[in-house]
Design a protein. Structure first.
Length: 279
């Protein structure tokens, strides 16, 4: 028996990275997980990982992950997916917004005035806007039931410069989505949080040159560590206490007592409390 048996989750951006880790942990905990992304099969781009790979790995863990090809830029398609899930199950218990699009050619410290204006659209659309749209759809189902969890995968880039000006703006906007949506959803029993992992050993991070990107991966976490935090929140009947807040994955581990897949604990991101006090 899993702690989330009978629950239904949607993970936006679950073909790789933190989204994949969240999908795997939610499925392993017993939830039926709909995994949204653009890459159905391996070989669609330069990075490993796909929707079918996530679904297969979830099955190997004894769980159920259903791959759904969905371009999060396409409002009609997003609306259709949420409507289909709600119609089939009558519920959506968990939404994880993990999709993010780093523009091709974006390298560390590229001056914003020397980068295409389209990078703004890439970083904001598959980021804060996609999360807002998914949250809007999820709220339609969660509010009448008086419960639900929405977890936005953010980063300390919301507070500190990282990679590109547009990156930090997008992450800061995502944290604002969390805070303001959490404020309005609080009285309806729906919890909205942002999660800050530390460095995560994603497919993209592992493909970077650590010297060029100034990456110190000592104490980094695996993609499944944030997923364990999402599961812990989803299983906590008092999670509404955290709504509107930004939490680090390490803070969740310390609170709920879980570890990474190797049994250890990552270093963790800086404590966001100074910048985002409770509502």
């Amino acid at each position: 028996m899993g702690v989330l048996d009978g629950q239904v989750a949607i993970v936006a951006g679950g073909s790789r990275g933190v989204g994949r880790g969240c999908a795997l942990e939610l499925a392993a905990a017993g939830a039926t997980v709909y995994v949204l992304g653009r890459t159905l099969h391996e070989g669609g781009d330069d990075l490993p990982g796909s929707l079918t790979t996530t679904a297969r790995e979830a099955a190997e863990l004894g769980g159920t992950a259903i791959p759904v090809v969905c371009d999060l830029r396409a409002d009609d398609r997003v609306a259709s997916v949420f409507a289909d899930v709600a119609r089939e199950h009558g519920r959506i218990d968990v939404l994880v917004n993990s999709a993010f699009d780093l523009p091709e050619g974006c390298v560390p410290d590229t001056p914003f005035w020397e980068s295409p204006l389209s990078w703004w659209d890439d970083l904001m659309t598959i980021g804060a806007r996609a999360a807002y749209a998914a949250t809007w759809h999820a709220a339609q189902v969660m509010v009448p039931r008086g419960r639900g969890l929405i977890a936005n995968i953010s980063s300390q880039g919301a507070r500190e410069y990282f990679v590109h000006v547009g990156y930090g703006i997008s992450k800061a906007a995502l944290d604002r989505v969390t805070r303001d949506c959490g404020l309005q959803l609080r009285d309806h029993g729906v919890t909205v949080v942002s999660l800050w992992p530390s460095f995560v050993l994603t497919e993209r991070i592992l493909a970077f040159d650590p010297v060029e990107w100034n990456l110190d991966l000592e104490g980094a976490e695996t993609p499944r560590f944030p997923g364990r935090g999402v599961v812990a929140l989803a299983a906590d009947p008092t999670s509404i206490e955290h709504t509107g807040q930004v939490l680090t994955t390490r803070q969740l581990a310390d609170r709920y007592g879980f570890t990474d897949v190797d049994g250890g604990l990552p270093n963790g991101a800086p404590d966001p409390a100074t910048y985002y006090p409770p509502l």
